[in-house]
Design a protein around this ligand. Structure first.
Ligand SMILES: Nc1nc2c(ncn2[C@@H]2O[C@H](COP(=O)(O)OP(=O)(O)O)[C@@H](O)[C@H]2O)c(=O)[nH]1
Ligand SMILES: [Mg+2]
Length: 250
């Protein structure tokens, strides 16, 4: 008969407080400003929080190089996971490479307060596994169009916060930011939505306050990681439907 060696995490004597380090995912389509958002968070928060970053690049370490060159964090605190053709799998279905990178950073730079994990954004629906991260930001930008927030999907609907990014570009692309935020809020049953522009200090301050709030809740055990849900079945590459495709049973 197999021996039971580990108590389930729901055991009544489980520690009331969580890990010190908050693992925060940043997901969203390519180009919506995830790396820039991470650079901004590092710039604003690394004076008060011990931080590290994991990027998920498809074929290169471009995002990690961008962040290192931004000079907002020591270069060795930024790790790249190269995810191949299917970047969302590495943050959702086979999280081993990312978990290794996060745990290496946490061991090497202990004690860390915050590890940011950037998804290799490839589409609108990729979300992180709650086994990899404790909370997630989903990033859209105004240049993607004002109606994109209404389209929903697991990240838009249920990420811990939705960032409507590059709000400074709204007048140039004919998007009403307030309307986009209101549509997104409706699609999220009132979960938080923040309009952010990296040049707008007040919007950056609101985002930093949100991060501090999640960190505090995480440490007290009050924050419960949510699973936004799996992405829809999809295909990759040229010839829609002929590329790699996979779905989920439930
Ligand atoms: N106008 C404007 N451009 C931004 C902002 N944030 C990022 N960008 C630009 O958007 C582009 C994509 O940003 P990046 O962070 O690489 O996006 P990622 O692919 O989601 O990581 C870059 O040219 C950034 O300089 C912003 O707040 N306002
Ligand atoms: Mg990036």
């Amino acid at each position: 008969m197999p021996e039971t060696t580990t108590a389930p995490s729901t055991a009544p004597d489980a520690a009331p407080t969580a890990r010190r380090t908050l693992r925060l995912g940043v997901a969203g389509p390519v180009g919506t400003g995830k790396s820039s958002l991470i650079a901004t968070l590092c710039r604003e928060l690394s004076g008060e929080l011990a931080m590290a970053v994991v990027t998920n690049d498809i074929y290169t370490d471009e995002d990690a190089r961008f962040l290192r060159s931004a000079g907002v964090l020591d270069a060795e605190r930024i790790r790249a996971v190269e995810t191949g053709a299917c970047p969302h799998t590495a943050i959702r279905d086979d999280i081993t490479a990312n978990l290794d990178a996060v745990e290496d950073l946490e061991a090497e730079f202990a004690p860390l307060d915050l590890v940011l994990v950037e998804s290799g954004g490839d589409n609108l629906t990729a979300t992180f596994s709650p086994a990899l991260i404790d909370a997630q930001i989903f990033c859209l930008d105004v240049a993607g169009g004002g109606d994109v927030a209404r389209k929903g999907g697991p990240g838009i609907g249920r990420a811990d916060v939705l960032v409507v990014n590059k709000a400074d570009l709204a007048p140039y692309v004919g998007v009403d930011v307030e309307r986009m935020v209101a549509d997104a809020s409706a699609a999220r049953d009132g979960r938080p939505v923040l309009a952010v522009a990296r040049t707008d200090a007040a919007s950056v301050a609101r985002l930093c306050d949100w991060v501090r709030g999640v960190l505090t809740a995480h440490r007290s055990g009050a924050h419960v990681p949510q699973d936004p849900g799996p992405m829809a079945p999809h295909g990759h590459g040229p010839g829609a439907g002929h590329g790699h495709g996979h779905g989920h049973a439930s």
